[in-house]
Design a protein around this ligand. Sequence first.
Ligand code: ATP
Length: 238
Amino acid sequence: QDTTALLELRGLEVFYGAIQALKGVDVTVREGEIVTLLGANGAGKTTTLRTVSGLLRPRVGEVVFEGERIDGIPAHHVVGLGIGHSPEGRRVFPTMTVLENLQMGAYRFKDVPKAELERVYELFPRLHERRTQMAGTLSGGEQQMLAIGRALMGRPRLLLLDEPSMGLAPLIVAQIFAIIQEINAQGTTVLLVEQNAAQALALSDRAYVLETGSVMMSGPASDLLADPRVREAYLGEG
Ligand code: ATP
């Protein structure tokens, strides 16, 4: 047991019906870190995040957050424990405004916290400019900013980000990564899923490589960035 861990995944096995998506996954995220999960399509990255946020239940294993088991707690209560999730594909509410989407992220509070809203607008001035616009009419990059902003509105200690760079132009990807670093520097721990391995490793403390539901490699991000197997499989080299 790691007493400095904010999140510990112990031996997670997760199934979709008869399909086993996770085959005993162990991951540790310490307070203040950015940790990245790498892996090919179908490796189990999204499944791992969905298990942390209570959208899926492990058949075997434990999700431990701040020293307490949280597997089995429904997703809407997990938010209240301090875990925010920006899902794959962003999933903003398209016919609600930007502000209404952000308010939805704060539903665990009786009143929408002003400090959180101000923080989100400072991180994403574009969202402030577009606060009355329907979310469905935002650009892909703006929708990604909104998905992250909405997750921050619940004042998370741990932020789960599922492929925030997906489908975005390189300039926007660089902006999003810079903002992830800023969010982390302000004190939020981050567990990131990314296909964009080079850029994700560059801003991460540590990383895990998943292959078909198992952790194949893990370590400091700089070690993985230098590892020939990682370079060949995930950085398009070799
Ligand atoms: P991607 O980057 O493509 O999302 P991933 O690493 O996030 O990949 P997961 O989405 O976690 O992978 O999927 C892990 C495995 O579980 C895959 O084999 C996938 O086909 C399977 N799977 C995911 N969701 C479902 C589902 N709803 N029903 C059945 N199988 C599923």
